[in-house]
Design a protein around this ligand. Structure first.
Ligand SMILES: O=C(O)CCC(=O)C(=O)O
Length: 294
């Protein structure tokens, strides 16, 4: 779905927008099916090892992961885009509805930035740690997890839930209208977070989403996520896309072209190459992966 002129204008004015209904259920279902199968296999392994007593095979996608996580946190080990490297996920990174919207913000030459995550935030009942973590992320700008060389890059964060993401489920919050203040120093203590002394004085915007919605954020827009006090998992992807040719901010990890009018043959659609590139990046590390935190 293309963004409207108003949505593009709002993004440039406020540094954050929620675009409703960008994705259909059919866009997301292959990823959900792939994850369900991955979780089932992992649960069976942990069950065989005696680490999980109850498999909850009949629980819905929104609930099963939390029920398993509550028994053994190892269930989530390896469950991120670059580690499990699923085919449906790779296909989704090229999703036409998503890229149509992204195009309005980065132009028609689009690269998939390697800074991307899959997050399953379990209810606090199963993950009582509500301090800074992969599940409850403190205030930061995405520029804080990129090399300073990406300062001039047009990288847009696309945050999207695989189900609903209400306030109760720990949706995202962002500070609108402050991205023009530029990069704010981040501290390592507290989990790569904006120096509290520099936090802009702005009212947080709650970014509650329904399945199919996408949050688009400027890489200088401060944002965080909150604990999940519901009884369902908050499933989401945070992907980043950028104008092709701009610095990715993370040279150690593979980026690839997902759309191009100028050079259509540059689009990387080989699932095998994508897998191999990630494996190579981990087995033969080179380049930089670093947070800008002090
Ligand atoms: O999904 C979350 O809870 C945090 C995501 C985030 O901080 C990000 O996309 O930069």
């Amino acid at each position: 779905m293309q963004l409207t002129t108003q949505q593009v204008e709002d993004f440039h004015n406020h540094g954050v927008i929620v675009a409703r209904g960008v994705l259909t259920d059919a866009d997301l279902q292959p990823v959900i099916d792939e994850l369900s199968a991955w979780i089932d296999e992992r649960a069976q392994t942990l069950h065989a090892e005696g680490k999980i007593a109850e498999l909850h095979e009949d629980a819905p996608f929104e609930q099963r992961y939390g029920l398993l996580f509550g028994q053994c946190q190892d269930i989530g080990q390896g469950m991120d885009i670059m580690f499990y490297r699923g085919r449906a996920m790779f296909n989704f990174l090229h999703n036409a509805h998503l890229l149509d919207a992204v195009e309005g913000l980065v132009g028609p030459e689009i690269t998939c930035n390697p800074i991307q995550h899959l997050r399953a935030k379990p209810p606090v009942a199963f993950d009582p740690h509500t301090g800074p973590s992969f599940h409850v992320v403190p205030w930061h700008q995405d520029a804080g997890v990129m090399m300073p060389e990406a300062e001039g890059s047009n990288v847009v964060t696309c945050w999207l839930p695989l189900g609903d993401a209400t306030e109760e489920m720990g949706c995202m919050q962002a500070l609108p209208n402050v991205f023009r203040n530029g990069y704010l120093r981040h501290l390592r203590a507290g989990g790569t977070t904006i120096d509290p002394a520099l936090m802009p004085d702005a009212e947080p915007l709650s970014l509650a989403c329904r399945k199919g919605d996408v949050v688009f954020m400027h890489r200088l827009t401060p944002h965080r996520s909150t604990p999940n006090v519901s009884d369902q998992c908050r499933w989401s992807l945070d992907l980043r896309y950028q104008t092709t040719g701009h610095h990715t901010g993370r040279t150690a990890h593979p980026d690839f072209v997902v759309r191009s009018r100028q050079a259509p043959s540059s689009v990387m659609d080989s699932y095998t190459k994508w897998r191999t590139d990630w494996i190579d990046a981990f087995e033969n590390p080179r380049g930089v992966v670093g947070h800008r935190a002090e």
